[in-house]
Structures are given as C-alpha cells and as structure tokens.
Ligand binder design. Structure first.
Ligand code: CTP
Length: 412
C-alpha cells in the first residue's frame, strides 16, 4: 500500500466539492494512510463531520478551542503529527486566507503553524470557472506557490452551477494518485523520459492482423514511475486496454513503423529512452487493401514478410545516445536462457542497460521479475508488482545515467 506509513491531515474548506472529499478520504485510507480530517465551519454546510469521522475512523476537528487537546493547541499538535496537509476542496476564500497568513479558524491557523520545512501543504482548489480565472485568484495562487504550497491543479468540465470550464476539484482517484506521486523520490525531476509500450499490430488486411500477447502493463508502470519521479513523460503505445497514466502524454500507434516514426520524432528532446514495447519484427509486405476472401481452392493466401525497423537500435545509434546525453534502456522478453540472451542483446542493441524478463511468465500479469544487465554486471529484481519494479528501475536508470555522465564513460 503506497501510503502505508503516511499520516495525512485532510482539510476541507467550504464548497460543493466537499461531497468528493468523502471519497477522497476513503481512497487515502484504502492506500494505507491514516487520515485526520479538519473542517471549516463553511465545509460543515456541505458535508457533516459524522460522514468524515466514519470514513476516516477519527473524530473530526473544527475548532481551535477543542477541549480534547490537553494543551488546547490543536493547531500545533495536528500540524506536527502530519506527513502532509492536503486541503481539498480549497475554496477561493480559503486561498485568500492562506495567501495572507490569516489564522481566524483552526484550519488556517494550523496551516500557518505548520513546520514548513517538514510538513508540505498541498492544495486542491475548487470553484466556479469565473472565480478561478479571476486575476485575484490567479494572483493568490502564484503567491501560495511562492510560499511553498503545492497546487494540484483543477479539473475541467461541468460545474455544479451549470456552467462549464476550469475550476472543478480534481476527482478523488486523481488526487489520491497525486498524493502517492508526491511522496516518491524525485530522481528524474525535469527530465524528459520517452517510453514505448504494448504490442504492435501488423495488418494482413483491413480486418485481420498479427500481434502478440504484450498487455503494456510493464511499460505503463514504467511511464507512471517516471512521472512520479518528476519527469515529463511521453508514452508511445501500441494498442492496449489501459488508461494513460496520470500526467503522461500518450501517443497511440498501431504498427511498428508508426511506433518507429513517433519515437524517433520524440527522441531528440529525450534524456531517457526506455523501450518496453514488444515490437513485431516482421510486417506483412503484401497486406491487402480489402478483406481477403476464400477463393474456394482450400489454399491459404501466401503472406510475404518484410523486416520492421529496430526502434531501440536506431535510437541507441543516434549521436545523442552515443555521447551519453540520451540514456537508453532495452527490454528483452525471452522464453529461456534469460541471462545469456539479455547479455547478447545488450551488446547487439548498443545500450548501457538491458532488462531481461521471461515473457510468457509475465504477459498480462500484474507482477514480474527482472534481470538488469549492464557492462559492469548483473542485478536481480525479484518478483514484485510491476509498479514496484518500475519504480526501482527508474531509480537505477537515474543512478546509472548520472554515473555515466560523471565518468564520461562509453556506455556499451
Ligand atoms: N525493439 C525495438 N524495435 C524492434 C524490435 C525490438 O525497439 N523492431 C526493442 C524492444 O522494445 C526491446 C528490445 O528491442 O526493448 C528487445 O526486443 P526483443 O523483441 O526481445 O528483441 P529482438 O531485437 O526482436 O530480438 P529477438 O526477436 O531475436 O529476440
């Protein structure tokens, strides 16, 4: 559970989005966090403390005069226990209060009294689109960022008032994912990570094609982990049944040649290229424009094949990759002799890191086991969830890239 050792103070200020805070509280608890709810009086107009108490399993705080605290200082005690304070919803009015250092109720008082170096403050604004776009709100937002708050952004869509635009509170699942990401180490901050994922599909005719069993789960986990680590992530994906990870730019492609074109267009701005896609080595050279019909002869039509471009090898041979400016990671899905195949493949593709896994044992599964092969040796990542492995791989790739940069060593 991604938040299992975290204690989060969930603050609610007044807004209709308070109804979503119940789900958010539940989502954070499900991820393992302990959640202490603090509500303003205005929030109490939209949702009751009883609901929030039942979902968090803790009595809710609302007053700075709460007699439950032996020293009568809930603003000090609550802020010091927290690993993070998340205000969701954060109303326009509460943003004003925070920006000005106001402290006339428990929630604002607690935010002002938080130890800034140790307890981060995250805000999920929620308001009408005109209020959100107003220069005063945007000014307060900038001030809050300057003061060290993390703004989680707003959603776009239908609003409770009947208007449509920016200003909705992000959905509880999105905010929960943002909290998980927030606590991950930022080992790729500001880097551009390019990932290929999933299978490719090579058409035989307009209704049939050749593909493989890759589900894309490992590549999508890598993209998510890179994003969590602070990178800007571009995911070039073959056809899969997965949602794009939060905050990741997805480019959907079908064939190996489409994947090749999309990837090579992104590579010049990338710092890391992680090729997890199961790319078809061959395409049908004589694919038909119209559906191939049986001709009554009992003979299967003869398919001819042409070799597809090798995306990883092409990127790895680029000037930037050879100079170490672009760190390339290959994957090898093998069915046997993992170590020997992975070592040979690393040399053949000319990449500093090749990650081996047993394809049939992992396709479609939520877990995997990895073997990392570099010029210096071999490292095993034992069986774990694909997300946990992806996070370790991202961390390891960042370390290896850094050591290559500092030694200026040739990678392959
Ligand atoms: N790859 C690629 N483009 C291709 C084929 C493979 O980018 N046309 C990448 C994969 O994404 C993976 C690595 O190369 O990172 C190894 O893929 P794999 O299919 O295991 O290797 P092949 O080069 O196809 O070798 P073989 O089929 O002989 O095992």
């Amino acid at each position: 559970m991604d938040l299992s050792d975290k204690h989060i103070v969930l603050g609610l200020s007044g807004g209709i989005a308070c109804y979503k805070s119940a789900d958010l509280c539940r989502a954070l608890v499900k991820l393992g966090a302990t959640v202490q709810v603090v509500m303003t009086a205005a929030a109490g107009q939209f949702i009751t403390p009883v609901t929030m108490q039942a979902l968090s399993g803790r009595t809710v705080y609302g007053s700075q005069w709460d007699p439950r605290e032996h020293n009568n200082m809930p603003h000090i005690n609550l802020a010091r226990e927290a690993d993070a304070i998340l205000i969701a919803p954060c109303s326009a009015d509460f943003m004003v209060k925070l920006a000005q250092g106001g402290a006339d109720d428990l929630l604002s008082l607690m935010c002002l009294a938080r130890p800034m170096a140790r307890v981060p403050l995250l805000l999920a604004p929620a308001m009408n689109r005109e209020m959100w776009a107003h220069p005063a709100t945007q000014r307060n937002l900038r001030q809050l960022q300057l003061d060290g708050a993390t703004i989680l952004g707003v959603g776009h869509g239908d609003q409770a008032c009947g208007e449509t635009g920016d200003g909705r509170m992000l959905e509880p699942t999105e905010l929960a994912l943002d909290m998980v990401a927030f606590f991950q180490p930022k080992c790729m901050l500001g880097r551009h990570v390019l990932v290929t994922a999933g299978p490719t599909y090579e058409a035989i005719d307009p209704v049939r094609g050749i593909t493989n069993l890759s589900s894309g789960k490992m590549g999508y986990a890598v993209a998510r982990a890179a994003r969590e680590a602070g990178a800007q992530v571009t995911l070039v994906s073959g056809p899969v049944a997965l949602d794009a990870p939060r905050g990741v730019t997805r480019i959907s492609v079908r064939s190996a040649r489409e994947m090749h074109t999309a990837t090579l267009a992104q590579a010049p701005s990338a710092d890391f290229f992680i090729a997890t896609a199961a790319v078809a080595d061959w395409r049908v050279a004589n694919s038909a424009e119209h559906k191939i019909k049986k001709d009554g002869s009992g003979q299967m039509p003869q398919l001819q094949f042409a070799e597809n471009p090798d995306i990883l090898a092409d990127v790895a041979q680029s000037e930037r990759a050879r100079s170490g400016a672009l760190f390339c990671v290959g994957f090898a899905a093998e069915s046997q002799d993992l170590l020997a195949n992975a070592q040979a493949k690393r040399q053949r593709k000319g990449v500093p890191l090749l990650v081996g896994n047993i394809g049939p044992a992992t396709f479609g599964q939520d877990d995997n086991a990895l073997l990392l092969v570099t010029a210096d040796g071999v490292e095993e990542f034992p069986r774990d969830s694909k997300l946990a492995l992806a996070r370790r791989l991202i961390m390891r790739s960042a370390e290896l890239a850094l050591s290559l940069e500092s030694t200026g060593a040739s990678h392959a």
